[in-house]
Design a binder for this molecule. Structure first.
Ligand code: SF4
Ligand code: SF4
Length: 367
């Protein structure tokens, strides 16, 4: 039976986070169960884009610090790495702005840039995943405009290097197709342990354009499907409402039946968030694939760049898989005829300059 541990944590005070993370992992048998002396341990947070921790876009650095300290205490060496959107070109700014570089310097953790890939089943996965003796995934509990929620399974997609992530979005604009790729990557990376930063999560138009939402929970376990099932319950969904969780469950990667998941620590019900806000794109999930591209012209959503907020950094243009964004000094805009609504641009914009706009008919139909 899969075990998921839940610990309450009120905020990001260093000692409070360390105590809560330790409690969560102790409930699973302790870090020593996973990390043996001399191991190299890769910690994979969610470092989506160039965003400060208080915006709840990235895994909070205090959670990285706490997990890293426990790894170190168990005798392991700590590596920290991710391959964010925009092909990872801005990884140095992300390490700085997220606070992860500061933590790494203080704790003597080694930062890793995922620039070299090992190909597995055609997927370019960061070489460090295979160089490490163990992977620990530290996702952020957030909404996601394509997959509704992003948590344990999706976090491993950040080990895919370079252009391939954008190519996946280009080939798979529909959630169920993208979910297949996420599940495949997860089955390759196979983190030994996942610790979800749900102390302050994100609701609304995540994974970067939503609002921080205090959830006060740390969720840990070995089974990512079981963890994402618990996240679904916390935000008011059924586990199999989430396509990524459903496909991973059907692929035999873990347990999605909450009655078969052992909850250790505090009860799941005590963390349920009332009136949790989901992305505006959620109704798109109901449109069958063959009609999606046609329907997008009538009932749909489109990304919109606010020229007054945009600082012309060009990250969205780099992330766009179909090259339909123009950014220059005098103009910034999106060619909506070419746009496939993958929302990679919205995901990577560090300035919240890209919003999601519903057209008139969509507002009429879905309110
Ligand atoms: S919208 Fe502007 S600020 Fe945002 S990523 Fe694109 S260029 Fe940068
Ligand atoms: S403009 Fe944005 S939503 Fe449209 S295809 Fe490019 S990255 Fe995707």
């Amino acid at each position: 039976m899969s075990t998921v541990s839940l610990s309450r944590c009120a905020g990001y005070d260093t000692d409070d986070v360390y105590d809560a993370v330790k409690r969560s992992i102790d409930l699973l048998g302790g870090m020593e169960k996973y990390v043996k002396p001399g191991m190299n341990v890769l910690i994979k947070p969610n470092l989506l884009t160039d965003s400060p921790p208080e915006d709840a876009v990235v895994t909070h650095p205090e959670v990285v610090r706490a997990v890293g300290r426990l790894v170190r205490k168990a005798g392991g060496a700590v590596w920290v790495g991710d391959s964010p959107g925009g092909y990872g070109k801005n990884i140095d700014q992300i390490f700085d702005k997220s606070g992860v570089r500061h933590i790494a310097d203080e704790e003597d953790f080694e930062l890793m840039k995922f620039t070299t890939a090992t190909f597995v089943d055609g997927m370019p996965i960061a070489k460090q995943v295979f160089d490490a003796d163990l992977v620990i995934s530290i996702p952020k509990l957030k909404t996601h405009c394509v997959t509704v929620m992003t948590g344990a399974i999706k976090n491993t997609f950040g080990t895919v290097t370079g252009l391939y992530k954008a190519e996946c979005h280009s080939r798979c604009p529909k959630e169920r197709d993208l979910a297949g790729i996420l599940v495949k990557v997860h089955s390759i990376v196979k983190p030994a342990l996942t610790v979800v930063d749900g102390i302050v999560g994100m609701e609304g138009d995540g994974p970067s354009g939503g609002s921080p939402r205090a959830m006060n929970v740390l969720i840990a376990g070995e089974d990512a499907v079981a963890i994402d099932s618990c996240i679904a319950k916390i935000v008011g969904l059924e586990p199999l409402d989430l396509t990524v969780t459903k496909q991973a469950y059907e692929a035999g990667l873990g347990e999605a039946d909450l009655s078969k998941i052992k909850i250790a620590g505090e009860g799941l019900d005590s963390f349920i968030a009332k009136d949790f806000k989901f992305p505006k794109t959620m109704p798109l999930r109901m449109i069958p694939n063959p009609v999606l591209r046609w329907a997008l012209g009538f009932v749909g959503f489109k990304p919109y760049i606010d020229r007054d907020i945009c600082v012309r950094c060009g990250l969205c243009r780099t992330a766009c898989p179909v090259d339909c964004i123009t950014i220059d000094e005098s103009y910034c805009g999106i060619d909506c005829k070419k746009c496939i609504r993958c929302l990679c641009c919205h995901e990577v914009c560090p300035h919240k300059a890209i919003s999601i706009r519903r057209n008139f008919l969509t507002k009429m139909v879905w309110g």
